[in-house]
Design a protein around this ligand. Structure first.
Ligand code: ADP
Ligand code: MG
Length: 274
């Protein structure tokens, strides 16, 4: 098969942003937008430029992937989207809000109510049951216990865990623990859920189940899910995959009609073009 023509950045760009910074006017209407985002780490002698001008927008709810090799800056980008860190330069918009314009207090509330975050580690409290782990953010915020229980039961049922609600994490499989973590992330019906390699600790059967579930949740809960991964087998479950290379989003791949091998081949075109 002849190699397809590599996509240029413009053809592959997931947004109509042109030159860095030019998307400012339209970005406030976006669910997520990054405009010329830079981030460096300073460790000892060395400076690591983790993000070198990230530009992309997400305009519609759905299940999105960010795919790139290890070290390409995926986790750094996700941390900025989660307002866990701030960029050196550039604009980060999440759930329609410019994070740099929010006070610490606003950011705390924003993280709790509008954002769900899922990591490779499940981060469950071992002494609490599945239901209590889901409800914990609400308990800490002093919300109504009965309402929290209703919502946790709804979510655990939706995620196939109704009969596991009184189990503590060590009595749950890895796949079940990660589903509890996802239920916790969905507690307040966030607009955006960010997931960093969420199947990194799961076997292939549980991984496949989780990807299908994330796609379904993005539709039923009308939430935008952004999943970071280095694996085409994971990313192919997303509707659209942003390609991350050397601290930049180089474009996107719509996965309709692609299998993992097809996605990997398209990704390689971006690598070859860089
Ligand atoms: P990915 O998630 O795609 O593997 P990261 O965002 O974790 O990439 O890392 C991007 C680059 O930044 C890498 O070169 C990594 O070594 C560096 N880096 C990440 N976090 C830190 C940190 N806390 N201190 C110093 N360098 C870091
Ligand atoms: Mg990472």
């Amino acid at each position: 098969m002849p190699a397809a023509k590599p996509m240029s950045r413009e053809q592959g760009a997931p947004s109509t942003n042109g030159a860095p910074g030019s998307g400012v006017a339209q970005a406030p209407g976006s669910i997520i937008a990054c405009i010329d985002v830079h981030k460096a780490y300073h460790t000892g002698e060395r400076d690591v430029q983790a993000l070198r001008g990230v530009d992309f927008t997400i305009e519609r709810p759905g299940f999105y992937g960010i795919m790139g090799a290890s070290g390409s800056g995926k986790s750094t980008l996700l941390h900025l989207l989660a307002a866990l860190d701030t960029p050196d330069r550039g604009t980060v918009i999440v759930a329609g809000r410019d994070l740099s314009r929010m006070s610490d207090r606003e950011l705390t509330l924003f993280r709790r109510k509008q954002l769900g975050i899922v990591f490779q580690q499940f981060n469950l409290i071992p002494t609490l049951t599945a239901a209590e782990n889901v409800e914990l953010p609400g308990m800490l915020a002093g919300d109504d216990a009965r309402k929290l229980r209703e919502r946790s039961m709804e979510l655990l049922t939706h995620l196939g865990l109704a009969d596991r609600r009184d189990h503590k994490p060590d009595a749950l499989s890895g796949g079940e623990q990660q589903r509890v973590a996802i239920a916790r992330a969905l507690l307040y019906r966030p607009k955006v859920v960010l997931a960093d390699e969420p199947t990194g600790n799961l076997d292939s059967v549980n991984s496949r189940r989780l990807w299908a579930l994330l796609g379904e949740i993005s539709r039923t809960e009308q939430v935008t899910i952004v999943m970071v991964t280095h694996e085409p087998t994971a990313a192919v479950n997303c509707e659209r995959v942003l390609v991350m290379l050397d601290g930049q989003v180089r474009g996107h791949i719509d996965t309709e009609g692609l299998d993992a091998g097809g996605l990997a081949a398209r990704y390689q075109q971006f690598v070859a073009a860089s």
